[in-house]
Design a protein around this ligand. Structure first.
Ligand code: NAI
Length: 470
């Protein structure tokens, strides 16, 4: 089966539908655009004309290509037949089901229906259809023309050749498609939960201020810190997604929402759109205070451990002794230990020294807990040490370990494969690396040990280690 030359009907001319129509028309398809609200499809086309004009003005699109794409889009005022229907209407199970019934009365037997739902089960949406095998999820990300990822979601009844045809079509449209099973949150919205949840846990534990947590995760390569990102998405929306994933997993405590975010929602502090979230707007996050770090000196330095971090210390301190067989990673400076976090707290292990976070970047802010003079040795790696409370796994290490853990569970449960998880997180939410890429660079045993220690510390289901990692 191929959909490569299909006539397309996009139903729902809102934010997502308009973007989908644009991408399909630019790929050469004839696109009919329908919306239940009178005039909405015409208005969407007029807005698209402006968008395309803008691309032409910036030199990103040839004028004749823009003209041709626009000419291929036809606003219509009643549903019509097509080879492929992409549905992007309101996120409501009953309304979507009613639309599919109307469409099936009109469409030929082999036509495919793709739903852009971000949270409703494709399996549930197909129930009651005459041909449930033709329904598949085609989950785009906002803004559709810019975001590369499409999650191709198979429900229990979806025919494999239908999913494959939509997958191939997405590629033809210049997207990266990833297969996934219809499970709560699909890939991206599921694996991303810990990015928010860990920061919310750290805030609840009073480990650091939002602006510091944001700076630390940005320094690790994330485009936005969790707090500024939640402020941008809107706490109402983000909290609703967390709640729906929690409920859809039969209230597995791994996905428990946060009281910190509940309180922001209760207050109406939704973020940017309401003028206040973690931060006040338009100002946004306050700048971090500069840190004055004294240049460290020592009589004797020993570099402990093997691996990337130990190698970095050894390269920066060529005169230091190397203890390759150590069971920890970091520096021993005149008897004081500066240790890479293994999930235990400073008070448990560094004997008056400090524990530092996983350094994912070559420079920038990095969290430590414990003695500041010991932590000053992080500057030899080009890092700026920032004090946080003595919490297990600090900030970046526990966040990344939890992202890996969630991705591992998704693979274990057949939601996607490792490559799919990596592509989805890099393209759907712009992560600097995929969870399995981090795992390959880190060390599986270290990740499991860190998660086990978080589990011992907090007790509960959140830090339960995925069987896939064990
Ligand atoms: P929107 O509110 O901008 O657009 C929805 C459009 O559908 C409206 O123009 C509305 O008049 C129309 N509509 C409602 N019921 C209809 C019906 N029965 N028949 C025809 N048209 C109907 O919503 P948006 O953001 O474009 O979302 C659409 C779908 O895409 C939802 O399922 C949503 O969950 C999903 N989605 C949204 C994303 C986002 O970031 N906004 C991202 C990915 C998926």
């Amino acid at each position: 089966m191929t959909l490569n030359d299909s006539r397309i009907l996009v139903v729902g001319a809102g934010l997502m539908g308009a973007g989908i129509a644009q991408v399909a028309a630019q790929a050469g398809h004839d696109v009919a655009l329908f919306d239940a609200r009178a005039g909405a499809a015409e208005a969407a086309k007029a807005k698209l004309a402006q968008t395309l004009d803008g691309l032409v003005a910036k030199g990103r699109l040839a004028a004749d290509a823009a003209q041709a794409a626009l000419a291929r889009i036809t606003p219509i005022d009643a549903l019509c037949t097509a080879d492929l229907v992409v549905e992007a209407i309101v996120e409501n199970l009953d309304i979507k089901r009613a639309l599919f019934a109307d469409l099936e009365a009109l469409l030929p037997a082999e036509a495919v229906i793709a739903t852009n739902t971000s949270s409703i089960s494709v399996t549930a949406l197909a129930r009651g259809m005459k041909r449930p095998e033709r329904l598949v999820g085609m989950h785009f990300f906002n803004p559709v023309p810019l975001m590369k990822l499409v999650e191709v979601v198979s429900g229990l009844g979806t025919a494999p050749d239908v999913a494959q045809a939509v997958f191939d079509l997405a590629h033809r449209w210049g997207k990266t498609a990833v297969h996934t099973r219809s499970t709560p949150g699909f890939i991206v919205n599921r694996i991303a939960r810990p990015y928010y949840a860990e920061t919310l846990m750290l805030l609840q534990d009073r480990a650091a201020a939002p602006e510091l947590l944001d700076a630390l995760l940005r320094a690790a390569g994330f485009r936005m810190g969790p707090c500024e990102l939640m402020d941008l998405i809107g706490h109402d929306t983000n909290f609703a997604v967390t709640n729906s994933v929690f409920a859809a997993n039969f209230f597995d405590r791994r996905f428990t929402p946060s009281l910190v975010q509940q309180e922001l929602v209760d207050a109406g502090f939704f973020g940017r759109k309401s003028g206040r979230g973690f931060y006040r707007y338009p100002e946004g996050a306050p700048a971090l205070p500069a840190v004055a770090v004294a240049t460290p000196t020592a009589a004797q330095i020993v570099v402990h451990g093997k691996g990337v971090v130990a190698d970095r210390f050894a390269a920066a301190l060529p005169d230091a002794v190397r203890e390759l067989d150590s069971d920890w990673t970091g520096l021993n400076v005149d008897g004081r230990q500066l240790r890479l976090t293994d999930g235990r707290r400073t008070t448990e292990l560094s004997r008056g020294g400090a524990v530092f976070d996983l350094p994912l970047a070559a420079s920038g802010d990095i969290a430590f807990a414990g003695d500041a003079a010991t932590a000053a040795w992080l500057t030899v790696l080009g890092l700026t040490p920032r004090a946080v409370a003595d919490v297990p796994g600090l900030v970046v290490a526990r966040t990344v370990a939890m992202l890996i853990n969630e991705a591992a569970d998704a693979v274990q449960q057949g939601v996607c494969d490792e490559a799919g998880a990596d592509a989805a997180m890099k393209l759907g939410v712009n992560y600097p690396a995929g969870p399995f890429e981090w795992l390959a660079r880190w060390d599986r045993r270290a990740v499991v040990a860190l998660l086990d220690r978080l589990d011992q510390h907090y007790r509960g289901e959140r830090y339960r280690v995925s069987p896939y990692l064990k």
